[in-house]
Design a protein around this ligand. Structure first.
Ligand code: SF4
Length: 309
C-alpha cells in the first residue's frame, strides 16, 4: 500500500495533495517492448501540469520529496478499507465492519511505510485523526449501500496507448458493470466536493479514465461517479463520444506542452489558491525562492522509459 494522491483537501478547494510516494501508476511499468511510445501520462500528473507547470516539474522532473499529510494518509487508509470491504460477503459490509478495518489498514500502511507516523505528534493526534477517518467512512454509507453492490473491479490499473503513441495510465477506484453491460466508473474522494470553478478539473480526471476504459473495452462508460466523502456529496456525469474525443485532444495538447517545457526548460509558476497547499513555496520564484538546477536530461534513446507520467 502506498500513499496516493487522492486530493483529500481539507476545504472546498481541492488541494494539490502532497506526493510523498510515487503514485501506484508510477510503480506499475508498462510492457512497451517493440512499441514506440511517445511518453506516459496519468491524470494526477496531467492535473499537476494544468495547475502549475512548475509544480509538475518539482514533482515529476526533480522528484522532490514532499511531507506526508494527515489528509493524504487518511485518503489512503479509507480507500484501502473501501477496497477491502467488498471482499466481505454482502450482508457483512456494514459501517461497524468498515470501522473495524480502519486500524488494521493504518497498521499495514505503517508497516509498509513507517515514515507515515510523522503525521501525528509525539503525544497526540492519532485519536483525533482516527475519528476523522471514521467520520469520513461513515459518510460513505449515507451515499451508497455496499450490500447491494458487486463491483466488477477495484483499484484497477488501466492503461492504453493512443494512436499518437501517448500512453495513458492510472488507477480506477471502482468499476461497476450492470447486467446489460453498462459501465460505471467510480472514484472516491475523501475531501469535499469542489465548487463550480473546480468541478471541471475533477471531471477531467474521470473523463481521462473514461477514455482509457473506452479504448480498453470498446464501450463508452455510461456513468462517471465521484463520491465525495468529505461532505457526503455525489457528482455524476454521463460522458459521450464527443466528450471523450475532446478529452483525448486535451490530453495530447497537455503532453505537447509538457514536452515543450522539457525542451525549453521553461517551467513557469502559476500562482493561485492552490499554492497554499504546495510543499515547494520556499523554492518557488512566485514566492521569492529559487528552484534547484534542472537535473540532467536522460539520453534520447532512454526517454520513453524515463518519461515522467
Ligand atoms: S507555490 Fe504555487 S506557483 Fe509555486 S510551484 Fe507551488 S503551486 Fe506553483
Amino acid at each position: 500500500m502506498s500513499v496516493e494522491q487522492q486530493s483529500p483537501a481539507p476545504s472546498p478547494v481541492p488541494s494539490p495533495a502532497p506526493s510523498p510516494a510515487p503514485s501506484p501508476a508510477e510503480r506499475v511499468s508498462t510492457p512497451v517492448d517493440g512499441v514506440d511510445v511517445l511518453g506516459a501520462l496519468s491524470p494526477s500528473r496531467a492535473g499537476d501540469f494544468m495547475t502549475c507547470p512548475l509544480l509538475y516539474r518539482f514533482r515529476t522532473v526533480d522528484k522532490l520529496p514532499e511531507p506526508y499529510s494527515a489528509d493524504a494518509v487518511r485518503g489512503t487508509v479509507v480507500h484501502k478499507v473501501l477496497e477491502e470491504l467488498f471482499d466481505l460477503p454482502a450482508p457483512e459490509r456494514t459501517p461497524e465492519q468498515a470501522r473495524g478495518m480502519l486500524v488494521p489498514a493504518w497498521e499495514q500502511l505503517l508497516a509498509d511505510a513507517p515514515e507515515v507516523a510523522q503525521i501525528h505528534g509525539p503525544d497526540a493526534g492519532y485519536d483525533a485523526w482516527l475519528r476523522s477517518c471514521e467520520a469520513v467512512l461513515e459518510r460513505y454509507f449515507t451515499l451508497e449501500d455496499p450490500t447491494r453492490l458487486e463491483p466488477a473491479e477495484r483499484e484497477l490499473y488501466v492503461e492504453t496507448l493512443l494512436d499518437s503513441k501517448l500512453l495513458l495510465r492510472g488507477f480506477v477506484d471502482r468499476i461497476d458493470i450492470a447486467p446489460d453491460g453498462a459501465i460505471r466508473v467510480v472514484d472516491y474522494k475523501t475531501g469535499r466536493s469542489p465548487g463550480e470553478f473546480f468541478e471541471g478539473k475533477a471531471l477531467f480526471q474521470m473523463k481521462f479514465y473514461a477514455l482509457v476504459v473506452w479504448r480498453l473495452r470498446g464501450r463508452i462508460p455510461a456513468m462517471l461517479q465521484l463520491v465525495y466523502l468529505g461532505n457526503g456529496e455525489m457528482l455524476r456525469y454521463v460522458p459521450d463520444e464527443a466528450d471523450l474525443l475532446a478529452t483525448e485532444r486535451k490530453v495530447e495538447a497537455i503532453w505537447r506542452a509538457i514536452r515543450h517545457a522539457e525542451e525549453s526548460g521553461d517551467w513557469r509558476p502559476n500562482p493561485g489558491r492552490l499554492c497554499d497547499w504546495c510543499a515547494h513555496q520556499a523554492i518557488c520564484p512566485a514566492y521569492g525562492g529559487t528552484p534547484p538546477p534542472l537535473p540532467e536530461r536522460e539520453p534520447a534513446a532512454a526517454e520513453p522509459a524515463a518519461l515522467p507520467q
